[in-house]
Every structure is written in C-alpha cells, then in structure tokens.
Design a protein around this ligand. Structure first.
Ligand SMILES: [Zn+2]
Length: 259
C-alpha cells in the first residue's frame, strides 16, 4: 500500500497497482455537513466515517474514496452551517461513484454511514441498484448497528444527536475539534412509539421527520443537541472506535468469500 490509503492522494499508476495487488475492495465514507450542537463541528458525521475508514483501510490494505461531506439534513436547517442535499440526488451520486470505480475494476464496496438513520434510505437505494445493474458486492456499514452490543456497557444512553456517543468518538479522534465546555445536555424525551437506537428494544428503524417547531425547540433548549454529551469520555470513545474498526475488518474479510 502507498503512503496514504486515500484515493485522492494517489496517482493513477498507484491506483492501478492497488487494483492489481489488493482485494479489489474499496471503502466509501459518507457523512453530512450539519449542526452538531454548540460543542462539535458541523463536519462531525463525515469525520467519524473518515476515521473509521482510514484505520480499517490501513490494516486491510484497501483504499478509501474521498469522503462525501454532504447528506440529507433538512431537519437541521434551523441552525447555520447545515447543508442539505435531496436524497434522490445523493443516491445518484453514490451510484455514479460506485459505477466509476467498477469501471476501473473494483468489485466490492463498503459504504460507511456517518449520518445515522437519515442516510441509510438513499444508501440502500444506491447499493441495491449497483448490485442489480453491475453485479457487484456492496454493503452498508452503519456504526450505530455495528456498535449496539457495547454502547450500554460504556454507560451511554440512546442514539441522539451530538450526544455522548458522537462526542466521545470525536474526543478520541479529533480532540482539538471538541468544545466540551460549550456542551449542553438535553436528555431524550420519552417516545413509546419510535426509537432509532438499535441497542434499544424499541428500535423501529423508522425515520420520523421532525417538525420545524420541534427543531426550533431543540435549538432553544440545547443548541441542537439531543442526548447527554456530559457523559462523553475519551476512553469510551477509544473503545467504541476500536470495536468499530475491528467490525469493519470483519466485513472486509467477509466480502472476500465467494457466495
Ligand atoms: Zn452526527
């Protein structure tokens, strides 16, 4: 592998060499640019996808595509810095990225989702189309699902937004980007019908869009956070990160098995 596992750092000759020598597997980090409370940068979702991709890719000797810094974020437009792209456009972009790489010889694609349940919708559409039209292997790696067995043991609550999970991960991998003294806790309101946390029994894997009023209330009470960033720890962030990197390595290995 070259000095960098990022595709954008390689020459075409180096990409060709990787295609000749490696697993024909490639990782695509997808995130968002959206408000993450007063204490985390708007690029948080993309940054967490990038760091997982980078660490696993180095160990497995596979390249990583330049990240897509944009996701579907209409619900966070109440605060500045958020950029939202329509999901149908995102599905098309993802498909075009995959089909370009397939054209050059890549055969197995891992899409890392840094933007929780909201990105899954269009990523599934792109993956299904790529499988059907190109006959390739595609999988989605979702950190919330892939970490559901450990989050409770780390003392964390439900998946929210800019909560202790994302804050811990950022504290571990991007400590200079976390303004923990600005964080405001906003414990989850009880919702008996819908939960988007796979480690909770009530998980519905169902995205229920928030109303403008709900989002305005969120900005007033917590500056955009749902959850309890005060529970975040660097140690927990490391355990969470290491767990996800090892699961990602499992996924890379599993993709090499012919079925
Ligand atoms: Zn996030």
């Amino acid at each position: 592998m070259k000095d960098s596992i990022w595709l954008q750092d390689m020459t075409w000759e180096e990409v060709k060499q990787i295609l000749d020598e490696s697993l024909k597997t490639i990782i695509l980090p997808f995130g968002s640019t959206e408000q993450h409370g007063p204490h985390l940068p708007v690029g948080t979702d993309t940054m967490v996808a990038m760091t997982l991709a980078e660490d696993a890719a180095q160990k497995a000797n596979v390249p990583v595509v330049p990240p897509l810094w944009f996701g579907w974020s209409p619900h966070h437009m109440v605060l500045p810095g958020t950029i939202t792209i329509r999901p149908e456009i995102l599905a098309e972009i993802a498909f075009d990225i995959i089909s370009s790489l397939y054209h050059h010889g890549f055969e197995k694609f891992i899409l890392i989702n840094g933007h929780r349940i909201v990105n899954i919708t269009w990523m599934q559409i792109a993956c299904e189309r790529a499988k059907r039209e190109l006959g390739i292997k595609t999988v989605i790696f979702d950190p919330a699902y892939m970490s559901k067995t450990i989050t409770k043991s780390l003392g964390w609550g439900q998946v929210g937004h800019a909560e202790e999970i994302e804050t811990s991960h950022m504290m571990y991998r991007y400590p200079d980007r976390v303004k923990i003294d600005r964080a405001i806790d906003n414990p989850h309101p009880e919702n008996k019908l819908y939960s988007v946390d796979p480690s909770f029994e009530g998980d519905t894997l169902c995205y229920v869009p928030s109303s403008p009023k709900e989002m305005k209330d969120l900005t007033r009470t917590s500056g955009g956070t749902t959850g309890e960033p005060s529970k975040a720890t660097l140690k927990g962030g490391k355990q969470y990160h290491d767990h996800l990197v090892s699961r990602l390595l499992e996924v890379i290995q599993d993709l090499q098995v012919d079925r």
